[in-house]
Write a protein that binds this ligand. Structure first.
Ligand code: SAM
Length: 348
């Protein structure tokens, strides 16, 4: 038994790792270690969630954004992005289509778009809540103040996804303009948690300048935050950003991190993300086999999907498309899992 296997056993028995141990585990990983990790991660996942795969209908309702994150294709400075925003009626019609396809969670994601004032956003949430009382409403609309988060919660939102992106503030500063800080981002997560949201955080794997130590710090932060959901996916360059020439994060490291997250927080809701599906044709399936238990197909109107281009070649067809639920079901079945129609709340 190697020392690294012992570290995985430690995780598997609910013990905490130090930053040094996390760093050693991540930087010393191997194929055989990964196989061992994935088998334990699957055991944990089966224990808590069986073979169920939860689905979320993702509605990307605006690609306007006031921020200028260096990695993101919808950053403010990208003049080549075709900007769009959806009306309340369009969003509701996505929800109706999604409900009929068996979706019981709607994720409203967008850039930080000032058009959607608190009043407009609350109007949208209230209408969805009224038409779909049995569904969960998840927001992923970036950094807001406590008052806004509180209003959205009172209007009927249940969950909020806000990736911390990277815990380390120096690394954060290399990925973002000076107006955005790691501290504010993290404070938003604590605010959301204190208000009562089911909270999701996460990070990009293989973002420029990322080291194993940074990932170790991410794991420690996530353990402390103890969120209900964690979204991770490989960084993928977008040709109209300052990171156009950077290399993508790898499938291998993303899968390894998924396995580690499942062992560290066994009850977590963990998506096999679109970015994972984009870097490898079987990315979604491999993500599920590494411990993930959620997929988030695209429910946006088909004509706008190509404009929510966060990175090059982002998928929005095939099993990424909500209307292809049957294909998704078949692909999950082929690896021994079943897609379920349920809200899929966290056990955490
Ligand atoms: N504005 C909201 C926010 O800040 O959370 C939600 C939209 S934002 C575009 C959603 C996520 O996309 C980010 O948290 C980031 O991790 C991911 N993302 C953006 N650009 C990416 C890229 N080039 N490669 C991989 N993921 C990317």
């Amino acid at each position: 038994m190697t020392n690294l296997t012992l570290l995985i056993d430690k995780l598997n028995t609910n013990q905490t790792l130090t930053k040094e141990e996390w760093t050693a585990l991540i930087s010393g990983r191997s194929e055989s270690l990964a196989e061992y990790l994935f088998s334990l991660a699957r055991e944990k996942r089966h224990h808590y969630y069986g073979h169920d795969v939860y689905i979320r209908g993702l509605i990307e309702f605006t690609n306007y954004c006031k921020n200028d994150c260096l990695y993101c294709g919808i950053r403010k400075s990208n003049r080549n992005a075709n900007r769009y925003r959806l009306s309340k009626e369009e969003i509701l019609s996505c929800c109706h289509a999604g409900y009929n396809l068996g979706f019981r969670t709607f994720v409203l994601q967008g850039g930080e778009d000032g058009y959607y004032t608190n009043e407009r956003t609350c109007g949208i949430i209230q209408s969805i809540r009224k038409d779909f009382p049995d569904c969960a409403i998840t927001l992923s609309i970036g950094e807001k103040n406590w008052e806004s988060y509180q209003k959205f919660y009172e209007a009927g939102a249940n969950r909020y996804l806000l990736r911390h992106e990277t815990y380390n503030h120096l690394h954060y500063a290399k990925l973002h303009p000076p107006s955005l800080t790691a501290q504010t981002r993290q404070q938003c997560l604590w605010d959301l948690k204190n208000i009562g949201y089911q909270v999701g955080t996460g990070f990009m794997v293989g973002s420029p300048y990322q080291t194993a130590e940074h990932l170790a710090e991410d794991m420690l932060f996530i353990k402390e935050l103890n969120p209900q959901m964690i979204g991770i996916g490989p960084f993928i360059p977008h040709h109209d950003t300052p990171f156009a020439k950077e290399t993508s994060g790898t499938l291998e490291l993303t899968l390894f991190m998924l396995g580690l997250l499942r062992l560290m927080l066994p009850k977590i809701l963990l998506p096999a993300t679109t970015a994972l599906g984009t870097i490898h044709p079987q990315g979604r399936e491999l993500g599920i086999l590494a411990g993930a238990n959620v997929v988030m197909p695209n429910l946006s109107p088909t004509d706008v999907r190509k404009n929510y281009m966060l990175y090059d070649n982002k998928l929005s067809t095939g099993i990424e498309a909500a209307e292809c639920r049957t294909e998704l079901e078949e692909r999950m079945k082929s690896i021994g899992y079943q897609v379920v129609t349920a809200r899929g709340d966290s056990l955490n």
